[in-house]
Design a protein around this ligand. Structure first.
Ligand code: FAD
Ligand code: UDP
Length: 396
């Protein structure tokens, strides 16, 4: 008899498996319908021996010391500050838009003070910022919005920025200085030996059994367990009772080139040309030395694996109906990006999983003292760190 059946071996499922097994001595079965652990963060060495991310670039960044320290028990880190260039008007310019972006784009030589005035002059006042269009035009005006955001967003989401919540483009800030890092979080690093290795360490516990290539529906009625942790899409769990919850998908085109370097930045965004949104060159992320180099192109699409919840009002309303069903399930805990329909980064998912564990362990201890003594002190509640450019929560 297992105490927990955990559906999905991504960050949400794996962190909970580890906590329940190591922190509360529970017997855990974790299954994934994919042939590997790690969820969307899975990485592997391709035929040429280059470490690549199967489901697109995954860059770890967080303002949460607790999340960083927790994962640090399972991996060493390699410091890495992410940088992105955007292909606009035939040039490659820093993204997020900063002082150098403006000077290069317009052939100017403005200072940080002058560029602030420049933005003020071109910004369009928006009384209540509601949409992803409002966020950008209110800061940098329509022309820069159209060059950098409008078409990229339409490609990525198949929606106009005016149809998406402000939170989507608010992930990318505007700067008046020359800081060209994509993120400004306190902790920015990559797992030294890759994500999959880190997941192997997270799941390496005698109380944890792993079943790959297994949809939970194939085993849920045959293998006895007390409670479930579900990290798959929430609408699928309820057999689409209220209809499909929209998720955006991607097709990944991986290529290896017989050259040491393919492009001049880890990621190049293409807002206005091509059907793909961006190209990532993995060696920048991993620091690997290799004579060849591997890149991935991301082609957004409607059908396929669900990768992104789509933040907009009507979807939030539909999700609220599924959440009510989820809340009524007493023996199933819904955790993760797909199960809680949140456009969360990896660190936010780890925090969410640790919070869930805290609730489960606390609740259980109170109810019947069935949990054995925690091997480690777990602080609850965890605060979900904000997106890279939100408020810093360095210590909570
Ligand atoms: P997942 O990783 O999706 O894991 C859920 C697992 O459940 C999957 O493996 C799935 O196969 C399994 N599953 C679903 N249904 C079933 C079923 N019926 N039976 C069995 N198993 C099932 N975050 C960052 O912090 N930095 C980044 O740079 C970054 N880049 C990203 C780039 C892309 C292209 C994408 C799509 C996401 C990116 N993210 C990034 C977000 C990151 O991937 C997620 O925050 C994180 O992986 C979510 O973890 P999870 O466990 O909730 O979900
Ligand atoms: N975005 C854009 N142009 C860019 C980069 C981002 O319009 O060059 C918008 C787009 O809507 C995108 C969102 O900002 O989906 C968030 O970007 P981020 O790089 O955080 O996306 P992710 O890495 O999650 O795919």
């Amino acid at each position: 008899m297992f105490d927990y059946l955990i559906v999905g071996a991504g960050f949400a499922g794996s962190v909970l498996a580890e906590r329940l097994a190591a922190g509360s001595d529970k017997k855990v079965l974790i299954c994934d319908r994919r042939p590997h652990i790690g969820g969307n963060a899975y990485d592997f060495y391709n035929d040429e021996g280059i470490l690549i991310h199967k489901y697109g670039p995954h860059i770890f960044h967080t303002n949460s010391k607790d999340v960083f320290d927790y994962l640090g028990k399972f991996t060493e880190w390699r410091e890495y500050q992410h940088r992105v260039l955007a292909s606009v008007d035939g040039m490659l310019v820093p993204m997020p838009i900063n002082l150098d972006t403006i000077n290069k784009l317009y052939g100017l030589n403005l200072t940080a003070f002058e560029v602030e005035d420049f933005f003020k002059k071109i910004a369009e006042p928006v009384e209540h910022i509601k949409t992803s269009e409002d966020v950008v035009v209110s800061k940098v005006g329509r022309e820069l919005y159209e060059k950098f955001f409008k078409n990229y967003t339409r490609k990525q989401w198949d929606l106009d920025p005016s149809e998406l919540d402000a939170s989507v483009t608010a992930r990318v800030p505007t700067r008046t200085n020359r800081d060209d890092r994509y993120f400004t979080d306190v902790y920015q690093a990559m797992p030294k030996n890759g994500y999959t290795k880190m997941f192997e360490n997270i799941l390496d516990h005698p109380n944890i059994k792993i079943m790959l290539n297994t949809d939970y529906r194939e085993i849920a009625n045959q293998i006895p367990y007390r409670e479930m942790i579900y990290t798959g899409p929430v609408d699928s769990f309820f057999n689409y009772a209220y209809g499909k919850l929209p998720y955006r998908s991607l097709e990944f085109k991986h290529e290896t080139h017989d050259t040491e370097q393919f492009q001049t930045a880890p990621v190049v965004n293409f807002p206005n040309e091509h059907a793909f949104t961006r190209i990532t060159e993995f060696k920048y992320l991993t620091g690997q030395d290799h004579k060849k180099t591997s890149v991935v192109y991301e082609f957004p699409q409607a059908e396929g694996d669900p990768y992104y919840p789509i933040p907009r009002k009507e979807n939030a309303e539909l999700y609220a109906k599924y959440k009510a069903l989820a809340d009524a399930e007493t023996d199933v805990h819904f955790v993760g990006r797909l199960a809680t329909y949140k456009y969360y980064n990896m660190d936010q998912i780890v925090a969410q999983a640790l919070t869930t564990y805290g609730k489960i362990a606390g609740m259980k201890r109170k109810a019947a003292a069935v949990f054995s003594q925690s091997k480690e002190e777990i602080k609850v509640p965890y605060v979900i760190p904000q997106n890279g450019n939100g408020k810093a929560i360095a210590n909570f």
